[in-house]
Design a protein around this ligand. Sequence first.
Ligand SMILES: Nc1nc2c(ncn2[C@@H]2O[C@H](COP(=O)(O)OP(=O)(O)O)[C@@H](O)[C@H]2O)c(=O)[nH]1
Ligand SMILES: [Mg+2]
Ligand SMILES: [Zn+2]
Length: 338
Amino acid sequence: MIGRVVKIYSDFYYVETDLGIVESKLRTVLKKQNTEVFTGDYVNLIQFDNNSMQAFISSVVNRNNLISRPKVANVTQVIIVSALKNPTVDYEQLNRYIALCEYHKMKPVLCFNKEDINDDLEFKNEIYNIYAKLGYDLIFTSALEKTGIDELRPILNYNTSILCGASGVGKSSLINALVNSSRLKTSPVSDKTQKGVHTTRHCELITLDKDSFIVDTPGFSHLKFDFILPVDIQKLFIEFSNQSLNCKFKNCLHIGEDGCDAVKILKNMHESRYKSYEKFILEAKLYEEKISKESLKVETKVKYNKNKIMTKISSKKRIASRKMNNQNIKHKEEWENE
Ligand SMILES: Nc1nc2c(ncn2[C@@H]2O[C@H](COP(=O)(O)OP(=O)(O)O)[C@@H](O)[C@H]2O)c(=O)[nH]1
Ligand SMILES: [Mg+2]
Ligand SMILES: [Zn+2]
């Protein structure tokens, strides 16, 4: 029998099957092999007892992906939730989530909640103009007044979606609206911080109709781009992949270098998107510097006895060439005025 882990509680794995939820434990063999099983995993069950609805997990089906913090397997799409007010849309954070979705190759859906307390059409238009133009699906909702919920439902069908976004934007409330009950605890936004009190503790796959699962997460806690190289940031911005680039420079960051082919793309980029792009590149640069320092340390150790001076010269050269690269980069305003 095959099923899907929807909840884990200490040693117990709650597996949804055609016959209902089966309370399962890991086979000793799996424990000995240190096999890990996560919420969202598809598993094979043995020794099923239909009186007690208990069984043992004998193996885990290869997973398509595994999200960390919280660990959820086989996620197919990410619903990035923002609020139109209280707290208002944080474009940088939103672009971060979008870029992370691109990195993990998961489809993002942009949900703007609390439309009941912000009817500013201009603001909605701005959001629409930035993101719909890029091809992202977006939806305006009110978990409170249940608007947009029926449009959100079909987006979730046949998917395992995780909801992410800052606390207080209404993720738990949206799930409650979708399942039509108040099974998830929500918390009021505190006036001081404009952020909701953190109430989502464990992660659970919630079954909606038609094979659709949804996960309420406490949000990703690590969002900084300090794990990839600056040249890879452009792959996370759909503006660059939507158009063909013939940039003649190798390893170009496309941030206004003289003669860079991406100038047209950058000029058309919405300011908030461009700012995020620049910001993420800076974060990635710190990472690049860190690893080049580390590799330099290793190099120094290896070559120290043989040729101390060589290593020093090469390290200076590197730093000098990096400085030169930076000098050739113009700011957006400069080349916009040309
Ligand atoms: N006005 C309004 N308030 C909402 C809406 N959705 C959630 N809230 C409120 O925002 C606060 C935080 O909601 P919650 O679902 O806990 O947010 P989470 O931290 O993202 O899970 C609660 O006080 C909710 O009642 C909405 O659509 N409109
Ligand atoms: Mg919550
Ligand atoms: Zn370029």
